[in-house]
Design a protein. Structure first.
Length: 555
C-alpha cells in the first residue's frame, strides 16, 4: 500500500485539489465549476476570474500530490512539524528528588485466590519481594484468569505465554541471587495492541492489519522489561484507537457484560478491572484512557504530552497521542509511570524533566481549584461529584473556584481527525477501509474520508487558536497546583487533550444502574506527582477503588 504525505498531506493535500476529489477523478480536468464546488465545501466564494486564475496552479499541485503518493510512508514516520505544549516563559523543576512509594511491608498471601486477582501492584510487589509468591506462580495465576474469563470480556487479542514464562523464570532466578529490580519485579501486565512487540502480531484492533507483524519492540515495553514487569497479553482496542469494537468483537464492561467497555483502551481497562492482570498500558488522544477507566471502574493516568515515548506505537494524531497506565489504585499509577516515563532518542517530542513523587501533602499550602461552572451545571454525576468535593474539604483541602478558558476547544478537535486521516491515508485510498467492522457515519472510514477536505489554512488556524488556549491555560495554572473537574462535563477533556495537561481519573461511586462513575484530577504540565498523590489521598478516604465486578471477584 502507498502512503500519502502524513501531516504535510493535511496541509497541501487537504488544501485545494483534494477538495474536489469527490467531484472529479485524478485524470479529469479541473474547471471553474470544480473549484466552485470545492469552495462551497469550505464556505468560501471566488469570482469567475479568480477561479480561472487558479486552474494551472491547482493542476501543478495535483501532479505533485500524485508524485508524493508514489512514496511509501509507514505509519511510524512523524511529520517534520512538532507540537510543543510548553507556554511562553514556563519553567519547571529540574531536580530529581528521591521517589517514595508506599509499599506495604507485611502482606499476607490471600487464602482465597480470587482476592489475589485484585491485589494492587504495591501489595503484589511486597509478596514477590518477601518471596511469599514467585514470579512464575503469579504469572501462571493471571494466565489462568485470562483463560477462564478472557472470552467473556473479549478483551484479549493475544496471550504472550511463552514470552511471559521465560521472563518469570529469569526473574525468579535473579531474586534468588539477590537481584531485585524494584516494585514491578515479577508483576504481570497487559498491553494495548497498538504497541509493537517483536515476535507477535500488532493488529491495531483492525481487520486490515490483523496479521501485521512489526519488527520493533516499543520503548515502553523495553522499559517495563528492564523494570521486571512481565507482559502476559496484548489487549483489545477499538479499531485504530476508536471505541470498543475491534475485528474480533466488542470488548465488554465487567460490571455489565451487555455493555461495551468504552474505548479505545478497551481491553486494558476491562482486563485490569476484572483482575486479568494487575495493570495495563493504554493510550489517549481524546479520552481513550479517561473514558474506559470510568466505564470499567479503573484508575487511569493520562500523562503530559511529551512525557512517555510513543516509539513502536501506532500513530493516530502526532500532536495529541499520549501513553499512560491503567491500574486499580493511584499508588500503582506512580509505580508504573516511574518505569515508563523519560527521554528516548527514538521520540523527538519528549521533554526530559523529573518525576517527583512522595507521600507528603500540605493541605494548607496546596492550591486546589475546582471547575465551578461545570460542577454547578446539571449533569448525570453531579451528586456524586459534589460528595467528592466534600471529601477533599474534609481532608483539609481549600478549594477555590476556577473557570477554563473561553475558547471552544471541542470545535478544534478536527485537528485530531485531520492528522488521523493523514496517518491512514493509504487505507482510504486503497479502499481497504471497507474491511473495517464499524462502518457507521461516525466511524473512522467515513471520518477519514470527510477530513480529507480540511483545508491546510483551517488546520493551521486551528493550531494557532490552540496556541492561544495553551497560553490561557497557563494563566489558570499559575493560580492553582491542580484542579478537580467532572470526568466529562465542562469540556475539560477537550481542553486538556489539546493543551497536553496530565489528568488522573478515579472511581467516585456508581450510577443508578450499578455502573462505575469517576472524577478527574488535572495538574500542571509535567507534574504528574502532585495529582497522583492527591488522587491517592482521595482513595484512602473512600472505598470505591476497593470494589470489584462481582462476576469476576466471586463476591
Amino acid at each position: 500500500m502507498k502512503r500519502s504525505l502524513t501531516l504535510l498531506g493535511v496541509g497541501l493535500v487537504l488544501g485545494a485539489s483534494l477538495m474536489f476529489a469527490a467531484f472529479s477523478s485524478a485524470n479529469s480536468d479541473i474547471t471553474k465549476k470544480t473549484i466552485q464546488h470545492a469552495a462551497n465545501i469550505i464556505g468560501l466564494e471566488f469570482t469567475s476570474a479568480e477561479q480561472d486564475s487558479m486552474i494551472s496552479s491547482l493542476e501543478n499541485l495535483r501532479e505533485t500530490y500524485q508524485m508524493m503518493r508514489e512514496r511509501e510512508i509507514p505509519n511510524h514516520i512523524p511529520p517534520a512539524i512538532q507540537f510543543n505544549p510548553v507556554p511562553l516563559g514556563k519553567t519547571f523543576e529540574t531536580v530529581q528528588y528521591p521517589v517514595e512509594f508506599d509499599i506495604p511491608v507485611n502482606v499476607d498471601l490471600p487464602e482465597n485466590s480470587e482476592k489475589l486477582a485484585f491485589c494492587t501492584v504495591a501489595e503484589l510487589a511486597s509478596l514477590i519481594k518477601q518471596k511469599k509468591i514467585s514470579s512464575v506462580e503469579l504469572t501462571e495465576f493471571f494466565l489462568n484468569r485470562i483463560a477462564l474469563h478472557g472470552d467473556k470480556l473479549e478483551a484479549i487479542i493475544k496471550v504472550t505465554r511463552e514470552r511471559a514464562m521465560t521472563q518469570a523464570k529469569k526473574l525468579d532466578i535473579e531474586l534468588a541471587n539477590g537481584k531485585y529490580r524494584g516494585p514491578l519485579h515479577g508483576i504481570p501486565y497487559g498491553l494495548k495492541d497498538l504497541f509493537a512487540v517483536k515476535g507477535t502480531k500488532t493488529t491495531w484492533g483492525a481487520t486490515p492489519y490483523k496479521d501485521q507483524e512489526i519488527d520493533v519492540t516499543a520503548t515502553v515495553v523495553e522499559k517495563l522489561d528492564e523494570a521486571g514487569a512481565i507482559l502476559i497479553a496484548k489487549t483489545t482496542l477499538g479499531a485504530l484507537a476508536y471505541g470498543d469494537v475491534w475485528f474480533g468483537g466488542k470488548t465488554r464492561n465487567p460490571w455489565n457484560l451487555e455493555q461495551g467497555s468504552s474505548g479505545s483502551s478497551a481491553g486494558s481497562a476491562s482486563g485490569t478491572a476484572a483482575g486479568l492482570f494487575p495493570f495495563a498500558l493504554g493510550t489517549e488522544t481524546l479520552g481513550s484512557i479517561v473514558s474506559p477507566s470510568t466505564r470499567n471502574g479503573a484508575t487511569g493516568l493520562r500523562p503530559t504530552y511529551g512525557r512517555v515515548s510513543r516509539h513502536g506505537a501506532m500513530a493516530l494524531s502526532w500532536t495529541m497521542d499520549k501513553v499512560g497506565p491503567i491500574t486499580r489504585s493511584a499508588e500503582d499509577l506512580a509505580i508504573v509511570f516511574n518505569a515508563i516515563y523519560g527521554p528516548d532518542e527514538m521520540d523527538q517530542t519528549l521533554i526530559d524533566l523529573p518525576f517527583n513523587y512522595d507521600q507528603n501533602i500540605d493541605w494548607k499550602t496546596l492550591k486546589i481549584g475546582y471547575h465551578k461552572s461545570a460542577f454547578d451545571s446539571d449533569y448525570y454525576n453531579h451528586e456524586r461529584d459534589s460528595v467528592s468535593l466534600a471529601v477533599l474539604e474534609s481532608l483539609g483541602a481549600n478549594l477555590v473556584p476556577i473557570e477554563l478558558p473561553d475558547i471552544p476547544a471541542g470545535q478544534l478537535t478536527f485537528i485530531l481527525t485531520a492528522e488521523a486521516a493523514a496517518a491512514f491515508d493509504d487505507l482510504t485510498r486503497s479502499n481497504e477501509d471497507d474491511e473495517m467492522v464499524w462502518q457507521e457515519r461516525n466511524a473512522w472510514p467515513n471520518l477519514f474520508r470527510a477530513h480529507r477536505f480540511v483545508p491546510a489554512v483551517e488546520y493551521i488556524q486551528a493550531n494557532r487558536i490552540r496556541y492561544q488556549l495553551i497560553q490561557e491555560m497557563e494563566t489558570i495554572m499559575q493560580e492553582v497546583d491542580l484542579y478537580i473537574t467532572p470526568a466529562f462535563a465542562g469540556g475539560n477533556l477537550y481542553v486538556t487533550n489539546l493543551t497536553g495537561h496530565p489528568s488522573v481519573v478515579v472511581p467516585n461511586g456508581f450510577n443508578e444502574n450499578g455502573g462505575p462513575v469517576s472524577i478527574t484530577f488535572t495538574g500542571d504540565l509535567f507534574d504528574e506527582g502532585t495529582i497522583i498523590k492527591v488522587a491517592k489521598a482521595y482513595q484512602k478516604a473512600t472505598a470505591f477503588d476497593e470494589q470489584h465486578p462481582p462476576m469476576f471477584s466471586g463476591e
